[in-house]
Write a protein that binds this ligand. Sequence first.
Ligand code: ADP
Length: 319
Amino acid sequence: MKTIGVLTSGGDAPGMNAAIRAVVRSAIYHECKVYGILRGYEGLVNAKLKEMNLSSVADIIHRGGTILQTARCEDFKTEAGRKKALNVLEVFNIDGVIVIGGDGSMTGAVKLNEMGIPAIGIPGTIDNDLAYTDYTIGFDTAINTVVEAISKIRDTSSSHGRVNIVEVMGRHCGDIALYCGLAGGAESIVIPEIPHNIDEICRKIIRGKNRGKLHSLILLAEGAGNAMELAKIIEEKTSMETRATILGHIQRGGSPTATDRILASKLGARAVELLLGGKSNRAVGIKCNAIVDVDMKEALTIEKTLDMDTYNLASILSI
Ligand code: ADP
C-alpha cells in the first residue's frame, strides 16, 4: 500500500476534520502518499483530488464541517459512474480508500471493495444510526449542542409557563432525542422506535402543572412526527400554551467535543493501519470503549435497536 485516498460523504458531522487529520498524519507517518478526494464520491467520479501533506490538515482538529467538503453523488450509484471512479483511482495510483460518512457512504465503500479497491469505512454522522458501533463521530457534539439549546428554551419556557416541543435530527433513529431527553430532563421523549400515546403525554403535562411545575419539555425525533402538529394537539388537549422549536442544521455544526475529536483520531488511525495491513471491507467503530473493526457489508445489515435501559430510565426520572 503506497497511496491512499480519503473522502467525506453524505451528511456532514462535527469531527470529520479530526478524522481526516488522523488519516493523513497516520498515513504520512507510515510513509504513504495521501490524496484528499473532494465532495465525496463526486470527486472520485470527476477526478477532483488534491495531494495532502502534514500542513494540509494543520489547524483543523477543532473545526466543524469537513475541509474536503461532502456531497451526495447519484452517479456513483450507477455502474457507469463507478467505472469512471475506478479509472480515476487507477490514474492516481490509489491502492485503497478510506470513506468517512454514514450508512449510505459505507454502502458506496462496499461497492469499492467489490470492484477490487480495498476500502475502509469510518462512521461519521450525528444520527448515531449505525448498529455495529456504540457511537458515531459527531453524535456527542450534536447532543451537546441540543442540550445547550434546551437549557435556553427552558429559561423562556418557565418564564411563560409554556410547554415546549424541541424537534431534533436523527432521521429514522431516536438516539439524539433519547440522550438529549435524558440529559435535558424532558417530560416526554417521542421517537420513531416506540409508539407514543398523546393522551399519556398530556396527562403528564397536567400532572406536572398541578404539582407546580413551571414548564414542560418534550423531545421529538424528526422521524417520529411533526413538531407544529404535535404542539397544536397538546395545546388543544391541555389548554396550555405550547411552542415548537425545530433545531435543524445547528445540530450539524460547531467545534467538535473532545470526545468526538478523540474518537475520530483513534478511528482514523485504525483505518490506516487496516489498509496498510492488507485489510479491506472493514468498518471501524467503538464497542464497550474499545476500538473495533468489523466486516463492513455485514455491519450494514445489523439492525439498530433502541437502548431500552436508557429509555426506561428517562421515563422513570421524568415521572
Ligand atoms: P450518508 O452516508 O450520510 O448515509 P447518503 O445515504 O446520502 O448519506 O449516501 C451518501 C452517498 O453515498 C450517496 O450520495 C452516494 O454517492 C453513495 N451511496 C449511497 N448508497 C449507495 C449505493 N447503494 N451504491 C453506491 N453508492 C452509494
